[in-house]
Structure formats: C-alpha cells, structure tokens
Design a protein around this ligand. Structure first.
Ligand SMILES: [Zn+2]
Length: 203
C-alpha cells in the first residue's frame, strides 16, 4: 500500500464502525495487499490513536519497527494537527523582562497581560507586534510613549484589518515624526483619520 492508499483507508476507517465492510470491499483491489494487510493497517492506526508504543504496534502487526515508524509518520502528517506555533510567545517571559527592555515600572504588567490575552486567543500575528516594542525602544530609540502608541496602532491595525494603520506604523518607525513638530502634527492627523483607538490606558 502506498501513502495515498493508506491514508484513504485510514480516513474511511475513522468515519465508520463497519471496518469489515471496508476490508471486504478493498481486499481484492490491486495495491491494497489483501485482507491481512488491510487488518494490519487498521491495527496500526488504532495503535497510533491510542498512543501505543511503536514496539507494541510492531508486535501486533508483525511489521518491522522501521515500517511502523514510516507509517506513523504518514499518519501523523495527515491526522495530527500541529499546535499553532507562535514565534513571539509571551510564555516563559516575565513582566520584569519587559521592564528590562525599557518599559517603565507600573506599565509593564498591563502591557504583558494584553500580550498574553492575544496569545491565548491564538492571535499570534499580534504577538509579533509586542516583540517589536523591544526593538523600537532599544534599537530605534523611540521614546516609550510613542513606541506604545505605535504598538497599539499596529495591534489594532492587524486585529481589525486596517492596512493603513500598519503602513503608518511602519512609516513612523522609519522617519520618527515626533522629532519634528510639523511631521508630528501630520502623523497625528493621519492616525486620527484612521480612527482606531490606540491611546489606551497603558500609556
Ligand atoms: Zn502568540
């Protein structure tokens, strides 16, 4: 049985309680290897689902550990949904780490909670915005107040799919409008037009 056939079989088996019918239907079809082979594939899947030791599955099916391993990979790739990977997870980080980035005491806890909330909701695109805060403060030397403003403009832009907000944030990172009164006025006007709430209570 090739990968495609094995997966097709496993899918059928997962959707029915009439395993014997599947075996009867497929046992004489070319490539499926007959009744005993079909039974073994079904046994293997049951073993994978129950999390049995590969050696035990090997014993039950009579397959070599190498074959069991190969089939497990096929099965896993198809049926085990990978947990969402967050490249900017707050897990393992602390409030004091944020303080070490330059986030003032008393502001860090609130900010960290907000980050955790987005992360717990699976909004990992937004998690990245929180990591950028560090670069903004440390590398770009953006004052904290403005850095947080950019953070939330970015967060809300991502959350509500407002492309202009994200663009404005990227622009501002590059030319730092708060350094010049006129640029700052223009920036705030643009931000106001976008009409996203970003001046939140952490500031
Ligand atoms: Zn996340």
């Amino acid at each position: 049985m090739n990968r495609e056939q094995a997966i097709k079989l496993w899918k059928e088996v997962r959707n029915t309680t009439f395993k014997m019918e599947i075996i009867t239907r497929l046992k004489n079809k070319p490539g499926y290897g007959g009744k005993r082979t079909l039974e073994r594939y079904i046994q293997a899947q049951e073993g994978f689902e129950q999390g049995l030791e590969p050696s035990l599955i090997s014993m039950k099916t009579g397959w070599s550990p190498k074959t069991v391993k190969k089939l497990y990979r096929w099965w896993q790739e198809e049926f085990v949904i990978e947990p969402a990977i967050c490249s900017a997870s707050p897990e393992g980080r602390t409030v004091s780490e944020l303080e070490s980035w330059g986030v003032p005491r008393g502001k860090a806890a609130n900010l960290f909670n907000t980050w955790e909330k987005y992360h717990e909701c699976g909004e990992h695109d937004i998690c990245k915005a929180f990591l950028i805060l560090r670069e903004d403060i440390q590398t770009r030397k953006i004052p904290f107040k403005q850095a947080v403003m950019l953070l939330f403009l970015n967060v809300n832009g991502i959350e509500f799919h407002v492309e202009e907000a994200v663009e404005l944030v990227n622009e501002a990172r590059a030319y730092q409008p708060w350094k010049h009164a006129e640029n700052w006025r223009v920036f705030r006007e643009k931000a106001k037009k976008i009409n996203l709430k970003y001046e939140i209570d952490v500031i």
